[in-house]
Design a protein. Structure first.
Length: 84
């Protein structure tokens, strides 16, 4: 789940907290400093997600996948006709 979150985060870009520092003062009070960096969206991460989530539309093998889906539909139709 962390890997998918990292890929989605890279695809989105934007601000990310990269470091949090807590300091305790002499009076007991604490201060928290968060270092935030802004990242550009990574198109490679977005493409990776699309290829795996929607292979029939975005995979390099999309034509073959569409052909397999079509063959499965045709076989299902034939099986339905034989079942009657």
């Amino acid at each position: 789940m962390r890997a998918i979150a990292a890929i989605r985060s890279a695809a989105a870009g934007g601000p990310r907290t990269v470091k949090t520092t807590k300091t305790t003062h002499l009076d007991g009070a604490t201060t928290e400093i968060k270092e935030t960096r802004f990242f550009q969206p990574e198109w490679v991460a977005a493409a990776w997600l699309l290829e795996r989530r929607f292979p029939e539309d975005w995979s390099k093998n999309r034509q073959a996948i569409r052909g397999l889906y079509k063959a499965v539909r045709e076989l299902q139709e034939q099986a339905d006709l034989l079942a009657v």
